[in-house]
Design a protein around this ligand. Structure first.
Ligand code: SF4
Length: 298
């Protein structure tokens, strides 16, 4: 744009960017899942994934570079925490995913990539309002999910927002000792306080909470663990458990249980009146678990 004065061109270059990220790597699974590794303007890397299913295409996006919560099944935490993503960077992820679909429309957004969204509260909520806005991405609030490791002050704040978005909590164990082993955040926000906070959230919002439970072989996938989970959740008015067989992460020695163990666990919950689903793992032939692609480039 050489017809603009040089100082204005410099100021445009210094202060503005068209897209705050560039593609650094792409892996595509035979099931249609596409995982993007983005390089930000400061050279940091984040991941986002397009996951096509029967009647939906879900974009899974990151909210931070790295993560400070150190869940030990999660490759995102291995490099430590670097920084929050800005609202613009979060929206750039959505824009990139939307513009790089093989077919169809982006229908759902989940904050399940790298980072803890409630630890980057303002930028995430501000981005969600634009993802939801008819003037921007126009994705319905009920199609937008925040997934948290259980940051109680963030959940309390969220329940005051009056948004119809989905809340999902990574639980992965039903007793403090076990949960603290894989999720250090449990020492700060233990299960009793977390579940009390969930009761209040449901009371105030009348929205269901989904509890994510990764089934890890030899750790939390036996019938006794299922019984403890039933005891923990049975009094919650609007709750669902989503069982996820662990994605194998050889570096962390994490593997899924057998199919029989998975079905026994699921049946125990179902027969005890818990609303339960079993998530089909996607993208197993690529580095689909959070942080794996970034790790490979680290
Ligand atoms: S699971 Fe979420 S909160 Fe835990 S380390 Fe990974 S990104 Fe952070």
């Amino acid at each position: 744009m050489s017809n603009l004065p040089a100082p204005l061109r410099k100021s445009l270059t210094d202060e503005f960017s068209i897209l705050g990220l560039a593609l650094a790597d792409l892996q595509e699974s035979s099931d249609g899942t596409a995982k993007f590794l983005f390089e930000l303007t400061d050279k940091n890397l984040v991941e986002a994934v397009n996951i096509p299913a029967a009647r939906r295409i879900t974009g899974c996006i990151s909210s931070q570079v790295g993560c400070k919560f150190g869940c030990n099944f999660c490759a995102s935490a291995l490099g430590g925490f670097k920084r929050n993503l800005t609202r613009g960077e979060i929206l750039d992820e959505v824009l990139y995913l939307k513009n790089n679909l093989k077919a169809g429309q982006l229908t759902h957004i989940v904050f399940m990539g790298t980072g803890e969204p409630l630890d980057n509260y303002e930028n995430v909520l501000s981005a969600i309002r634009l993802i939801n806005s008819p003037l921007a991405f126009n994705i319905g609030a009920r199609r937008i999910t925040i997934s948290t490791c259980g940051i109680i002050p963030g959940i309390k704040r969220l329940q005051e927002e009056g948004l119809q978005i989905e809340l999902s909590i990574s639980l992965h164990a039903a007793v403090d000792k076990t949960r603290s082993q894989i999720m250090p955040v449990n020492k700060k926000y233990p299960l009793e306080a977390l579940i009390k906070c969930c009761h209040e959230y449901i009371e105030q919002t009348n929205r269901q909470i989904t509890f994510e439970y990764i089934l890890i072989k030899g750790f939390n996938s036996d019938v006794l663990s299922a019984e403890k989970l039933v005891t923990l959740l049975k009094d919650l008015k609007l709750a669902k458990v989503n069982l996820i067989p662990a994605n194998p992460i050889a570096e962390l020695k994490i593997f899924p249980p057998t199919e029989r163990e998975i079905l026994l666990f699921k049946d125990k919950l179902f027969n005890s009146g818990i609303n339960v689903t079993l998530r089909k793992e996607r993208g197993q032939d690529i580095d689909a678990a959070c942080g794996q692609l970034r790790l490979r480039h680290g």
